[in-house]
Design a protein around this ligand. Structure first.
Ligand code: GLU
Ligand code: ZN
Length: 287
């Protein structure tokens, strides 16, 4: 149970395909955590990367959430409607000298391996060349508390200056997620631990934009039978809405909530009511 103050949580799926049992874990954990705290729960569709999207996936995702009694508050926010706002934030960061244009070619970047060397920070490209925009990350240790994993510290500059706007004109997840979490007043982020390593950057960017850093809880990833992360990329099967109670039961069991097996015969609504009443984030563990 969250101790004090208002709570606003969110679930932010990318519409690259229908929900599978891995993404259901994040939906259930964020929903139940919000409701157990008497809080609001928002849904945001991260449609900022059209080449990786599947037409109609947003409708399928929303339908599946409804069928699983994961009812959200307010209108669904589509990131595709937010380009003007993201653009304004980029311009502000550039004007403040906190971000810079990078014209490096793919071949040059490939030669660097994983960490960008800051070349264009020292050698600004000409005005008319196509550029990505990078956030300048200072050498700094970022501390934050994860409600599941305890105190965290991450060296901010370790991955190199990150891209917040791509050369092909697409806004990067790192920018959009922070702007939207701030603008929607998100107090609590509950999501998969594959994003844990991006959290320092998001904490830092939140501060630059004058936002309040949310509380974080990173849940373990669901693994498929082959030990791989369940994801759309490796073809995790779509959830069967006709088995909603069973899907929810399995998600709660994976989240360490020890649901009684008789719940599979109840309605999805009843399963969720049980989950809200009995929610114990400390049960998640299993790292
Ligand atoms: N769209 C991301 C995902 O599906 C979630 C990002 C987030 O919760 O910050 O994994
Ligand atoms: Zn560069």
């Amino acid at each position: 149970m969250i101790d004090a103050g208002p709570y606003t949580g969110r679930f932010a799926p990318s519409p690259s395909g229908p929900l599978h049992s891995g993404s259901l874990l994040a939906a259930v954990a964020s929903f139940v955590d919000a409701r157990a705290a008497g809080g609001r729960w928002l849904v945001r569709i991260e449609d900022i990367d059209p080449p990786r999207e599947m037409p109609g996936a947003d409708r399928l995702i929303l339908e599946t959430l409804e069928q699983h009694a994961l009812h959200w508050d307010g209108p669904v926010l589509y990131q595709g409607t937010r380009h003007g706002r993201y653009r304004a934030v980029l311009d502000d960061l550039l004007a403040r000298g906190l971000a810079y244009r990078c014209a490096c070619s793919r071949a040059r970047l490939a030669g660097l391996g994983h960490v960008y060397d800051g070349h264009c920070r020292r050698h600004p490209p000409a005005d008319d060349v196509p550029c990505a925009i990078r956030l300048q990350l200072p050498e700094r240790i970022i501390h934050f508390e994860d409600r599941i994993r305890g105190p965290q510290q991450q060296a901010l500059a370790d991955g190199g200056d990150c891209i917040i706007h791509r050369k092909d004109g697409l806004f990067a997840y790192q920018l959009a997620v922070v702007v939207d979490d701030i603008d929607q007043g998100i107090t609590d982020v509950v999501r998969g631990c594959d994003i844990l390593e991006s959290t320092a950057r998001q904490v830092y960017l939140t501060g630059l934009l004058g936002g309040t850093v949310p509380r974080y809880a990173h849940i373990p990833l669901a693994l498929g039978p082959d030990g791989q992360k369940l994801s759309k990329q490796n073809h995790a099967p779509a959830l069967d809405n006709r088995q909603a109670s069973r899907n929810l039961y399995l998600a709660l069991a994976t989240l360490g909530q020890q649901p009684p097996p008789c719940l599979v015969d109840e309605t999805p609504q009843s399963v969720m009511e049980w989950a809200i009443t009995h929610w114990d984030i400390a049960g998640i563990g299993g790292l």
